[in-house]
Design a protein around this ligand. Structure first.
Ligand SMILES: Nc1ncnc2c1ncn2[C@@H]1O[C@H](COP(=O)(O)OP(=O)(O)OP(=O)(O)O)[C@@H](O)[C@H]1O
Ligand SMILES: [Mg+2]
Length: 337
C-alpha cells in the first residue's frame, strides 16, 4: 500500500481504511450496526441520511432553504478553527459554505476580524467590514456582502490588529449584529482566527459545532491539542470534530488522526472525532489564486471530493444540534466579561 499516496489515491485508500475508521470515529454517534459495515454499506447509509439534510427531499424542521421562503429563525452554526495559523481553515470554510449554500441560505462570518480573507476566497470585495460595525459607522445589514445566490458574508477588516481583542461593548455589537440577521439563514459558518485567544475560543464555544483543521505537521497537531484543551476548559459539553488537511495520503491522515485522538484521550480524558482527511492538492492553490472555492472551480479535484464527504458528515451532525443561536450565545458570553 503506497503510504506515499500517489498510486493508491484517496478513494482507494478510503475503501481500504474505512472499516477501522468508521468503527473508531463514528460508532459513538451512528447506529451500532454501522460499526460492522463495510464501505459500500456505510456509504449507502450516509447517502440515505443525506436525504433528510436541509435542502433534501424532506427538509430539516429547522432549515430556511431559500430567501423567499423565510419562516424559520435560527440556523445551525459551525466554527472552523485551528490552533496554528495557515492550516487551511479559510479554504475549508470557502468550500463548506458553498456546499451548504446549495441546500439553504448560508452566512459566512469572517471572525479573523482584523486580517480576514474569506472575501478573497469568495471572489468579492466588500465595501464594509466588522471594523465599520464596531466603530459605529454601519449596521450589520450594511456590512453584509453577497457572495452567491444563497451565500452572504460578514467580512473582516484588513490590517486592523485591535480587532483581535474586542472590548466587551464591541463584542456586544458584533453579537447583536449576528443575532439580528442569523434567523434569515439555514447555516452560519465561522471562519475563525488562528490561536487560542479568549475571543477566538469564545466564538468557537458559542457555535453549535466546532471543526478543527489540522495538518500532519507536529506544530499544527500540538496547537490543535492546545486549542482542544482550552475549548474543553471553557465549554466542557463541547464535542469537537476535526479534519486532517494537506495529507499526502489517506493513510497518513488516519495516522495523524489517531495521534491527535490518542494524546487527547490520554491527557484530556476526552477526544475529538475525525470527520475526514483532505489531501494536499495543487487544485487548492490554483483556486486560491483564482479567488474561488475549490468545490465551485474544480469540483472533480481530490480536495473537492474529500471536502464534499466532510460536508455530508457535518450536515448529519448539524441536523442533530438544536441550533442555540450564535448571536444569543455570544451575547451571553460578552455579558459575562
Ligand atoms: N489541501 C491543501 N492543499 C494544498 N494547499 C493547501 C491546502 N490547504 C491549504 N493550502 C494552502 O495553504 C494556504 C493557507 O490556507 P488558509 O488561508 O485556508 O489557512 P488558514 O488556516 O485560514 O490561515 P490563517 O490562520 O492565516 O487564517 C492556502 O492559501 C493554500 O495555499
Ligand atoms: Mg484564514
Amino acid at each position: 500500500m503506497g503510504v506515499s499516496g500517489q498510486p493508491l489515491g484517496f478513494h482507494a485508500g478510503f475503501r481500504l481504511a474505512v472499516d477501522g475508521l468508521l468503527r473508531r470515529y463514528f460508532s459513538a454517534r451512528l447506529p451500532k450496526a454501522l460499526s460492522t459495515m463495510n464501505w459500500d454499506q456505510a456509504r449507502k447509509l450516509l447517502h440515505r441520511n443525506s436525504d433528510s439534510f436541509p435542502g433534501g427531499p424532506e427538509p430539516h424542521p429547522g432549515s430556511v432553504p431559500t430567501r423567499a421562503g423565510m419562516h424559520r429563525v435560527r440556523g445551525g452554526s459551525l466554527c472552523v478553527a485551528s490552533g496554528k495559523g495557515g492550516t487551511g481553515k479559510s479554504v475549508v470554510t470557502a468550500s463548506l459554505a458553498t456546499l451548504m449554500s446549495r441546500a439553504g441560505r448560508t452566512l459566512i462570518v469572517d471572525a479573523d476580524m482584523g486580517v480576514g480573507n474569506a472575501h478573497i476566497l469568495q471572489g468579492v470585495a466588500p465595501e464594509h467590514s466588522f471594523v465599520d460595525l464596531v466603530e459605529g459607522r454601519c449596521g450589520v445589514r450594511d456590512i453584509r456582502a453577497t457572495c452567491g445566490e444563497n451565500l452572504d458574508l460578514l467580512a473582516a477588516g484588513s490590517g486592523v490588529s485591535r480587532m483581535a481583542a474586542l472590548s466587551s461593548w464591541e463584542m456586544h455589537l458584533v453579537a447583536g449584529g449576528i443575532e439580528e440577521i442569523e434567523g434569515e439563514y439555514a447555516h452560519v459558518i465561522v471562519d475563525s482566527a488562528a490561536g487560542i485567544s479568549n475571543q477566538t475560543v469564545a466564538l468557537a464555544a458559542a457555535c453549535d459545532l466546532v471543526l478543527i483543521v489540522t495538518t500532519p505537521d507536529i506544530t499544527a497537531l500540538t496547537d490543535a491539542y492546545a486549542f482542544l484543551k482550552v475549548l474543553f476548559m471553557r465549554s466542557p459539553e463541547c464535542a469537537p470534530l476535526f479534519v486532517v488537511n494537506r495529507a499526502s495520503s489517506f493513510e497518513e491522515g488516519v495516522q495523524v488522526a489517531e495521534r491527535l485522538c490518542g494524546v487527547a484521550r490520554r491527557f484530556l480524558r476526552r477526544e475529538p472525532r475525525c470527520v475526514g482527511v483532505l489531501p494536499d492538492d495543487r487544485a487548492v492553490v490554483r483556486c486560491v489564486n483564482s479567488r474561488a472555492p475549490v468545490v465551485a472551480r474544480e469540483p472533480d479535484s481530490p480536495f473537492a471530493k474529500a471536502v464534499t464527504l466532510v460536508h455530508g458528515r457535518l450536515q448529519t451532525e448539524l441536523s442533530r444540534e438544536a441550533g442555540r443561536g450564535l448571536g444569543q450565545s455570544l451575547l451571553r458570553i460578552a455579558s459575562e466579561h
